[in-house]
Design a protein around this ligand. Sequence first.
Ligand SMILES: Nc1ncnc2c1ncn2[C@@H]1O[C@H](COP(=O)(O)OP(=O)(O)OP(=O)(O)O)[C@@H](O)[C@H]1O
Ligand SMILES: Nc1ncnc2c1ncn2[C@@H]1O[C@H](COP(=O)(O)OP(=O)(O)OP(=O)(O)O)[C@@H](O)[C@H]1O
Ligand SMILES: [Mg+2]
Ligand SMILES: [Mg+2]
Lengths: 228, 228
Amino acid sequence: VIDTRGLSKTYQMGRVEVPALRDATFTVERGEFVAIMGASGSGKSTLMNLLGCLDTPTAGEYHLDGINTAGLSRNAYADIRNRKIGFVFQGFNLLARTSALENVELPLLYDRSGREFDPPKAAQSALELVGLGDRLTHESNQLSGGEQQRVAIARALVNEPALVLADEPTGNLDSRTSVEIMFMLQGLNAQGITILLVTHEQDISLFTKRIVRLHDGRIIKDEPVHHR
Amino acid sequence: VIDTRGLSKTYQMGRVEVPALRDATFTVERGEFVAIMGASGSGKSTLMNLLGCLDTPTAGEYHLDGINTAGLSRNAYADIRNRKIGFVFQGFNLLARTSALENVELPLLYDRSGREFDPPKAAQSALELVGLGDRLTHESNQLSGGEQQRVAIARALVNEPALVLADEPTGNLDSRTSVEIMFMLQGLNAQGITILLVTHEQDISLFTKRIVRLHDGRIIKDEPVHHR
Ligand SMILES: Nc1ncnc2c1ncn2[C@@H]1O[C@H](COP(=O)(O)OP(=O)(O)OP(=O)(O)O)[C@@H](O)[C@H]1O
Ligand SMILES: Nc1ncnc2c1ncn2[C@@H]1O[C@H](COP(=O)(O)OP(=O)(O)OP(=O)(O)O)[C@@H](O)[C@H]1O
Ligand SMILES: [Mg+2]
Ligand SMILES: [Mg+2]
């Protein structure tokens, strides 16, 4: 599903260069469940944004499902994103003054894959899956931090993507709610959905099957989770 | 420092009432270090916003430093906040298109306590204290999630408040950076600064001296941290 070679991203700030990701080479097969870990500022979100086709690399290659993303137009990039990828943003990225239900319906309104969806019904069941069945009408600023985070998770899952990229999906959740979300993600993975999940919590990484560790923009470790 | 009696907050959404905080009665003395814990949606941020004079209760009393906050005008509320309280927001609340340094200087530009500050110097040392000495010129969207969170922490500390209210200050930080922040907060507490900190992580609560646990808007537990 994911194949990167020498993937790099250097941010340009005036004359200063910030090499956020350097030379990342790794492969993820269909159905894997991978945790991306590393210190604050080590390049995790930068990597996730490249894998989610939300940003373009400054060097290296990224093949998604065998397609070389370098050759794609902006529209093709957006199209791949909407069809194949569910992205959970570290900052949630919910629309303000919009209800939880409407936020989660949004991807279905843009879906052009030809699949049949009933947006309000699909959105409601995605919100029930993350424990927010009683918060459907709340707007983003009428929800707690962890509730907003769970709306962002529901939105990423609602159009049944083949690949889920979740950036710190449990950062604002208490342990019990985090475990519920991780069991839910394990269930999706058991159905064949490929999941990459950034986390800084050791306990959360133990729900996955492989850990890729970043340090200063480089992959320094890539090994299976041992306790299984 | 903090004395609440029957403190309650019910949000009104059209005809629906959401009782986020019910009957919270507790006292915090000067120099205490308290963790506020509880499930997602249990009322932690609602309580912190009331204690930080960012919102007004729908019932009950809150005395801050012996002053009954019910009798205060909006200006007096803002004045107390700027002088006495450093607030770390769960969503960071940084100004966009503004550098880390300028974000941290902001409280000093509004400070009317008469204390002498050198804003750029004070802001730089606050950012160095949280490990961001090399990110002073980055704007908010040029910083990682955990770096933004640390700018929010530095901003709350820069005008040397007597009371620090931190809402999930380590939610986006890796373990090592979290520990550095907790050691830094313990150091401030040892100098007599009163700290209330919302966290969902058990490990983080062990750096504090007392845990107040919320469940569905009520205080169900309030006890010292045992291992000390
Ligand atoms: N403005 C609002 N209008 C209506 N309901 C609200 C509003 N703000 C919060 N709520 C609700 O009140 C409850 C408590 O919210 P609060 O933000 O205090 O929770 P929390 O304990 O901080 O949760 P988290 O750990 O997820 O941040 C939540 O269930 C939320 O949906
Ligand atoms: N647009 C940008 N311009 C300049 N520098 C940036 C930009 N975005 C990120 N950076 C820098 O690149 C580095 C990596 O950022 P990234 O967001 O990938 O880290 P991260 O591993 O996700 O961290 P965190 O765990 O704190 O979320 C950071 O040090 C950050 O300051
Ligand atoms: Mg990040
Ligand atoms: Mg909260």
